[in-house]
Write a protein that binds this ligand. Structure first.
Ligand code: CDP
Length: 236
């Protein structure tokens, strides 16, 4: 017999800087609780990728705004709650995860016009799936701007050096090379831009549970967060 999933109707907001482990945590939580997951950074990355493909400059508001129509891209959930982005049927997720696209994403994300253009997509996603499954969104402003009434808010952080090492491992697993110094400085530059912008800066929501993952592995972080949520996992 199927038991009702206790997370149906719930919203989990996860924010934090690059490489802190938001995506890993969100993917595991989505699996455990059978919730739908949106990695909102992917939207900003897609905008930056479109600008770069068109030979534009992500730091120019006009170029960034032109790229905000994401209707030619297909945002799909694979069976295992992996998120993927298709362009003309081709999976472009690996291209989206490069450092240059990450930098471009934080440049386009600076503009209020871009943030408002992407806001509706995120709100519609949360509304569409919350009532059927429960949703998890991760990003920089989920607990503060996109889902201020989320049932659970987490801010996931870690030392920049640890985050740089994790990012290198992630890039390697996707077939990209990266060296430590460059990766660290890319992360610090992006942190400064994300924390310093006027609109929706990266910061913990007042009511967020802050987790420092510097000395914890993915399983320990998952356990801490699930202890905090304190809900039984869905049984089928
Ligand atoms: O995976 P990682 O943490 O490196 O970055 P991401 O989540 O893919 O986000 C890429 C960039 O998009 C960030 O550096 C932010 O500037 C921007 N972003 C944002 O401003 N707001 C969000 N909700 C998500 C991402």
């Amino acid at each position: 017999m199927t038991q009702r999933n206790p997370m149906i109707g719930k919203v989990i907001a996860i924010d934090g800087p690059a490489g802190a482990g938001k995506g890993t945590l969100a993917t595991s939580l989505a699996r455990e609780y059978r919730m739908k997951y949106l990695d909102t950074g992917t939207l900003y990355r897609t905008v930056a990728y479109k600008v770069l493909r068109a030979g534009g400059d992500p730091a120019r508001e006009e170029d960034a705004l032109k790229a905000c129509d994401l209707s030619d891209y297909d945002f799909k959930h694979m069976g295992n709650n992996k998120f993927c982005v298709l362009l003309d049927g081709e999976d472009v997720m690996s291209e989206l995860r490069t450092q240059s696209v990450g930098q471009g994403a934080s440049k386009v994300a600076f503009y209020t016009s871009v943030r408002s253009a992407l806001k509706q997509f995120q709100i519609e996603f949360a509304e569409k799936w919350a009532s059927q499954y429960g949703v998890i969104l991760d990003g920089r402003d989920i607990g503060t701007v996109i889902c201020p009434d989320a049932d659970y808010k987490f801010f996931i952080d870690a030392d920049p050096e640890v985050r740089a090492h994790r990012r290198i491992e992630e890039l390697k697993s996707r077939g990209h090379q990266a060296n430590f110094e460059e990766t660290l400085s890319e992360i610090l530059e992006r942190d400064a831009r994300d924390r310093g912008r006027k609109d929706a800066p990266l910061k913990p929501a007042g009511d967020a549970y802050v987790v420092d993952t510097s000395h914890k592995n993915a399983l320990q972080v998952l356990q801490m967060v699930m202890d905090y949520i304190s809900m039984p996992v869905a049984k089928v």
